[in-house]
Structures are given as C-alpha cells and as structure tokens.
Design a protein around this ligand. Structure first.
Ligand SMILES: Cc1cc2nc3c(=O)[nH]c(=O)nc-3n(C[C@H](O)[C@H](O)[C@H](O)COP(=O)(O)O)c2cc1C
Length: 156
C-alpha cells in the first residue's frame, strides 16, 4: 500500500495552476489558495474543486452553495501566499484589490474569473470534490499564469 506522501512526492513536480477560491455566506467571506480547479465539461460548462475537510472555509463553502475563483496571473505570487497562509479570516481581504462578483469577491488583475453554483459534493478521503455549474466566466488582464511546482511559484 502506498501513502499520501508517496503521491505528493511525485505530484509536487507537476506544474499546477493557482487560483483563489472565495466564498461569501451572508456577508461572511473567506478565501483560500487552491490548485485543484479543473474544467470538467463544456456542455454544460462544469468545473470541479477539491477542498480539504480541515480547510477554514470548508463549512462556509458548503453553506454558501456557490463560489468564485480568481485564476492568478504570473505577478500575483503575494496573493497566493496570503491566501495559503492560514491567517484568521478577518485579515484575508485587508489591502487586497477586489470587486464584487455575483457570489463572492473577485481579485483584481487576475488571469480570469469563474463563478459557479455547486451542484454535487463527492466525498474524497480527506477532501471533498465539489462539482459546480459555471454561471459566468471572464478573461482578466494578466498576460501570464501563476504556476506552482516543487514548492515555488513561477509565471508561465
Ligand atoms: C499552491 C497551493 C495549492 C493549494 N491547493 C489546495 C486545494 O486545491 N485544496 C485545498 O483544500 N487546499 C489547498 N491548499 C492549501 C490551502 O491553501 C491552505 O494552506 C490550507 O487550507 C490551510 O489554510 P486554512 O487554515 O486557512 O484553511 C493549497 C496550498 C498551496 C500553497
């Protein structure tokens, strides 16, 4: 039997996209850095995200039933670090340039934005896979994408 650490030891060398998942439930808003965004289907447009059951925003995400994703641009490493740092939610958005999306804040200057309504939740070990109907998609101004590989960020 292999372990999660064995899986991580290989997968860390695969470049992953980096995004900030944001949720807002009755004005309670949180964000977290994710690399699990997948474009699942085009007809209908569906995305999935995988979120750890221990993540601070996990319950908020389930209750909100919808979320926004800001796909980070190559110059947005600081944003990725901030939302991965496990800070108290109250300081998540301090000093971050955002605009209001339909469901949750969208981070300015990103590569693009996706807003989606959760349609299914699948238990996946220590994570839950959320499948969601895409409600809006927009291309942002960033010219390069922020990628994560071997514990560091790279513009591509
Ligand atoms: C590049 C990168 C990608 C990540 N991707 C995910 C992800 O897809 N899903 C997830 O639940 N956590 C992911 N994390 C971990 C969260 O960003 C965060 O560190 C973790 O949830 C702990 O913070 P919290 O206590 O605020 O939840 C990722 C972290 C990094 C640095």
């Amino acid at each position: 039997m292999t372990s999660g650490e064995d899986l991580r030891a290989v997968m860390r060398f695969v470049p992953h996209n980096v995004a900030v998942l944001a949720v807002d439930h009755d004005g309670d808003r949180m964000g977290v850095t994710i690399s699990s965004l997948v474009s699942l289907s085009l007809e209908p447009p569906l995305v999935s995200i995988s979120v750890g059951k221990q993540a601070s925003l996990y319950e908020l995400l389930r209750h909100a039933g919808a979320f926004s994703v800001s796909l980070l641009g190559g110059e947005q490493e600081e944003i990725a670090l901030r939302f991965a740092a496990g800070r108290p939610p109250i300081v998540h958005w301090e000093g971050v340039d955002i605009r209001e999306g339909q469901f949750a804040p969208l981070i300015d200057g990103a590569l693009g934005w996706i807003e989606a309504r959760t349609s299914a939740e699948h238990d996946a070990g220590d994570h839950t896979l959320f499948i969601a109907d895409v409600v809006s998609v927009e291309r942002g101004p960033a010219q390069s994408a922020l990628m994560y590989r071997d514990r560091s960020y790279h513009p591509l």
